[in-house]
Ligand binder design. Structure first.
Ligand code: ADP
Ligand code: ZN
Length: 613
């Protein structure tokens, strides 16, 4: 890394100096020529005439140039042919020999400097320029094949100066299966001979699959740390550079370095950036990516069996990877990382709370309960935000309240108390949020209302924070109907109370539509369409979202799907509306408290609802 950077800096420096020298030379040339043309230029005939009239005091000759000094003090320049002597030139113009001897003649041998300035330099400068340009171009072309090429050095980083990663499996909470899989790799790295003697073939590549922040990098480091071997890391997105061929040469360089330090770990983050399925015909510089990917494959195939270099790659898009990567002898081990469950979340929190003083009575289990779906990185962030909040409150220890506030901050973005809203708007937001909360309570929603607030956060005017009571992976049809009802709650309350809706419900409605559509087309939850799915989704990789849906059903069915989606929403809406009318008193109660206190916490909300159930 350092070397590559230095080289690049050198090139930049060289170019700069080069340009600078060029400009200085150009300036000098133009200055000297300007200087010489300062005094007036006269013809040889007038010089001869002035000599005859005894007006001239002296003449200085330098090559072809003559500086003429007059007796009245003024000066002039004249030019003669280079190879002609002065007296000869002047006598051609009929100068009087006697008068000529009265003029002081001073001949300077200037041919050297003059020849440099006027003949060689103008010829040399463009030549040198062209030469340098050619040289740079040659280097660029050679790049693809030249190992020593400066651009091509891999940006691989070794973790520590002493190459010893300090991370171990103890720093990774949860991920039990993943650790077990990787333990095998650790054992091999520790004692390669033991396996080789038995003829065992050790995997060359391990692919870590999982969403962002789930600890893929952390696990790879931990493997290196456990086995006490060097750790090289590079990110797939770094490969994609300006110059074609650089990616491939970087890969070569990286593996050359790694082989020298074997046994070791090579970690390739975001491998999907180079390892996408080839030949999709999308995106610009495919050659570059393909060459890089090919080089990775060549390197992996080229290892001696048990050479001791193990490649760990990470991606959150296994679906877009080129199948060639997954063949035996390449990334044939795949380790899946899931979002942590409640026990894992508690363990992760414990690890990250090591350096942070927690107040007595803080139970990390409570934090884990409130953070379903959080990744390890999110949880680390919660503790960090909590510490920041505590510091801002001038506390020495972090309290539960700060941690809970930190959770909300991580989910919803910071509170914006300063946003000014009119009383009318405040009332609308209060009814809207109360609608969500009351419906969540009476629909027997699987989620629990943790907080209702009319303080705006991020984009939202107010918010109702509902969190699942447990980690759930399966959802039933009735649950989804309830979910639709709760999401419609804000919209329905606004209509019920004010007779019309506002724009505040727009994102709710988007989510309602999305869910209803999935219920009908993906989960087989509609009455009339039966147990099948509609439409094959093809994810278009680099936009990161679906832009294309292959229709595998008829035009007629498409209409039915539309009307089914509408009817699912209608059904949920009717039920929710009924409850809202029935429990209007509860709605009014929540609104009154919200307008007074702006926020209602979980326990207080449950208390409020008691008298209505
Ligand atoms: P990824 O590479 O999957 O995007 P990282 O390995 O970079 O995620 O994780 C980001 C951070 O999240 C880590 O540095 C660590 O602090 C935290 N983290 C993630 N998962 C765990 C875990 N299982 N145990 C402890 N910390 C974790
Ligand atoms: Zn809403």
């Amino acid at each position: 890394m350092k070397k590559g950077k230095k080289n690049k800096n050198n090139i930049a420096k060289n170019i700069l100096i080069f340009i600078l020298v060029f400009f200085i030379l150009a300036a000098m040339l133009s200055w000297s020529s300007k200087n010489s043309s300062k005094s007036s230029v006269v013809g040889l005939s007038s010089v001869a005439l002035d000599i005859n009239n005894e007006k001239i005091e002296s003449i200085q000759v330098e090559g072809s140039k003559m500086a003429v000094k007059y007796k009245d003090g003024h000066e002039a320049k004249a030019i003669k042919e280079v190879n002609q002597s002065l007296s000869q030139a002047l006598s051609d113009f009929g100068v009087d020999k006697n008068k000529m001897s009265n003029v002081k003649i001073d001949i300077k041998d200037s041919s050297e400097s003059d020849v440099w300035m006027t003949i060689i330099l103008p010829f040399l400068v463009p030549l040198v320029l062209i030469g340098v340009m050619l040289w740079f171009m040659m280097r660029g072309v050679q790049g693809a094949n030249n190992k020593a090429m400066m651009f091509g050095q891999s940006g691989a980083r070794e973790a520590n100066p002493d190459n010893q990663v300090k991370t171990t499996f103890a720093d990774v909470a949860g991920a039990k299966e993943a650790k077990e899989e990787l333990m095998e790799v650790v054992e091999f790295l520790k004692a390669p001979k033991k396996f080789a003697d038995l003829g065992a073939r050790i995997p060359r590549g391990v692919l870590l699959l999982g969403g962002p922040g789930l600890g893929k990098t952390l696990l790879a480091k931990a493997v290196a740390g456990e086995a006490a071997v060097p750790f090289f890391s590079i990110s797939g997105s770094e490969f994609v550079e300006m110059f074609v061929g650089v990616g491939a040469s970087r890969v070569r360089d990286l593996f050359a370095k790694a082989k020298k330090r074997a046994p070791c770990i090579v970690f390739i983050d975001e491998i999907d950036a180079v390892g996408r399925r080839r030949g999709t015909g999308l995106g610009g510089s495919h050659d570059e990516r393909e060459q890089t990917l090919n080089q990775i494959l060549v390197e992996m195939d080229g290892f001696e069996p048990n050479s001791g270099v193990i490649v760990i790659a990470a991606t959150n898009r296994p679906d877009v990877l080129d199948p060639a990567l997954l063949r035996p002898g390449r990334f044939d081990r795949q380790v899946m990382l899931d979002a942590p469950d409640i026990a894992d979340r508690e363990a992760i929190l414990k690890i990250h709370a090591r350096q942070k003083p927690l107040a007595d009575g803080v139970e990390l289990r409570r934090v884990a309960e409130r953070t379903p779906g959080f990744s390890g990185a999110d949880l680390a962030n919660v503790l960090n935000e909590g510490a920041i909040l505590a510091a801002r409150h001038n506390k020495k220890k972090i309290d539960s309240q700060e941690l809970f506030d930190a959770i909300e901050k991580v989910i919803l973005g910071p509170e914006r108390k300063s946003r000014i809203i009119t009383d009318k708007e405040k009332k609308t937001v209060a009814y809207h949020e109360a609608g969500h909360a009351v419906l969540s309570y009476f629909l027997g929603d699987a989620n629990q209302t943790h907080k209702v607030s009319i303080i705006s956060r991020g984009q939202a005017g107010g918010y109702t924070l509902r969190l699942p009571t447990e980690d759930k992976h399966l959802h039933s049809r009735s649950e989804y109907f309830d979910e639709l009802g709760v999401m419609l709650g804000g919209y329905l309350a606004e209509i019920e109370v004010f007779g019309e809706m506002t724009t505040g419900a727009s994102s709710d409605l988007q989510r309602v539509t999305e869910l209803a559509k999935n219920m009908v087309t993906q989960f087989g939850m509609s009455d009339n369409l039966g147990p099948r799915t509609f439409g094959k989704r093809d994810d278009m990789i680099f936009l990161g979202k679906e832009i294309h849906e292959e229709r595998d059903y008829s035009e007629k069915l498409a209409e039915t799907i539309d009307s089914e989606v509408a009817s699912v929403i209608k059904q949920a809406q009717e039920k929710a509306k009924g409850i809202l009318i029935n429990k209007r008193a509860a709605l009014e109660k929540v609104v009154a408290v919200l307008l007074e206190k702006e926020t209602i916490e979980k326990d207080e909300f449950a208390e409020l609802m008691k008298e209505f159930s």
